[in-house]
Design a protein around this ligand. Structure first.
Ligand code: 23J
Ligand code: MN
Length: 257
C-alpha cells in the first residue's frame, strides 16, 4: 500500500487521531496588550449579516474582523523588523510544505506551575533530547506550559510592570535554529516570547531571532497536554493574506492512538 493509502486507512480505522490545538475565536478571548504608546491588537468581532430573515430569507452569515495576531495564530517572518527582508517572509508567500511537519513537545508545565516567568533554556532542551532523542530538522517545537487552561485575567497575567508568562530564552531559540534547524516554535501563551520578553537581550528574543532566521511562530495553542513528546505531525496553514504578517488558523495534530 502507498504511504497515503496507509494514512487514509489509519485515519478511517481511528488508528490516527486528529487533535485540535486551536482556541475558539470569541470576542472574550484575550489579545496581547502592548504598552499604551504602541498600536494595539484587535479582538475578534462578529456582526450578523442575515439569519434566515428579511436580510436573507434562506441563509445565515456573518461579517468578521480581527487582527492578524488574534486568537490561535501564526507569525510570519515579516512580522518582525529582523525578518523584514527575509525572502518569502509573508503568509501568502511561505511555501506550503512548511505548513506540515513533525512536532516535538517540550513539557515545561511543572516548571511553569512554580514560576510564571519561567524561561526555557538549552539545558531544558538537551534534557528533553536525552529522553526522547534529537529534535529533527524541519520540526515544529512546541512548549507546553498548561497556560491554555487559564482563563480571564490569569491568561495575560498583567501586573504593574506588564504581563507575566513563560517563554523561551534567547539561547534556547538560537539552539533550536542553529543546532537543530527547526521550522518553527509554538507556545500556549499570547506570544512566542515570555510576558517580560521586552527586558531580555535582544528584546522579544523569540520574535527577533526566529523571524530573522526565516522561521515561524505559533501562539495561543491549546491541548498540548494531549500530544506525545514525539511522533505527531502538525498541520498549521495560515490564511493567504497578501503581505500578511500572520493569521489566525486552525492548528491540527495527527497522533497515532
Ligand atoms: C507585537 C509586539 C510584540 C509582541 C507581539 C506582537 C506578539 O506576541 C504577536 O502576536 O506576535 S510579543
Ligand atoms: Mn503573533
Amino acid at each position: 500500500m502507498s504511504t497515503l493509502a496507509n494514512l487514509a486507512s489509519a485515519l478511517a480505522a481511528g488508528r490516527i487521531e486528529v487533535i485540535d490545538l486551536t482556541h475558539t475565536l470569541d470576542p472574550d478571548f484575550p489579545v496581547i496588550i502592548l504598552p499604551p504608546e504602541f498600536g494595539q491588537c484587535a479582538r475578534f468581532r462578529m456582526e450578523e449579516v442575515s439569519a434566515y430573515d428579511h436580510r436573507g430569507p434562506a441563509w445565515k452569515w456573518n461579517n468578521i474582523s480581527m487582527s492578524e495576531h488574534t486568537g490561535t495564530h501564526f507569525d510570519a517572518p515579516s512580522h518582525w523588523i529582523s525578518g523584514r527582508d527575509v525572502p518569502l517572509g509573508s503568509v501568502d508567500e511561505i511555501p506550503a510544505e512548511n505548513f506540515v511537519g513533525p512536532v516535538c513537545v517540550i513539557d515545561c508545565s511543572a516548571e511553569t506551575a512554580q514560576d510564571e516567568d519561567f524561561l526555557m533554556t538549552p539545558a531544558h532542551i538537551e534534557a528533553w533530547e536525552a529522553k526522547h532523542g534529537p529534535i529533527p530538522a524541519g520540526a515544529w517545537v512546541l512548549m507546553r506550559t498548561d497556560w491554555s487552561k487559564r482563563s480571564g485575567a490569569a491568561y495575560l497575567n498583567m501586573a504593574q510592570d506588564g504581563p507575566h508568562s513563560p517563554g523561551p530564552s534567547a539561547e534556547a531559540i538560537r539552539f533550536l535554529i542553529d543546532a537543530r534547524d527547526i521550522t518553527g516554535f509554538g507556545t500556549e501563551c499570547v506570544g512566542t516570547d515570555a510576558g517580560q520578553g521586552m527586558h531580555l537581550s535582544p528584546p522579544y528574543p523569540a520574535h527577533f531571532i526566529l523571524h530573522g532566521a526565516g522561521k515561524y511562530g505559533l501562539q495561543c495553542l491549546a491541548n498540548l497536554d494531549r500530544l506525545p513528546p514525539t511522533g505527531a505531525v502538525l498541520i498549521a496553514a495560515p490564511l493567504k493574506i497578501k503581505n500578511g504578517t500572520g493569521s489566525p488558523l486552525r492548528v491540527l495534530a495527527m497522533v497515532e492512538t
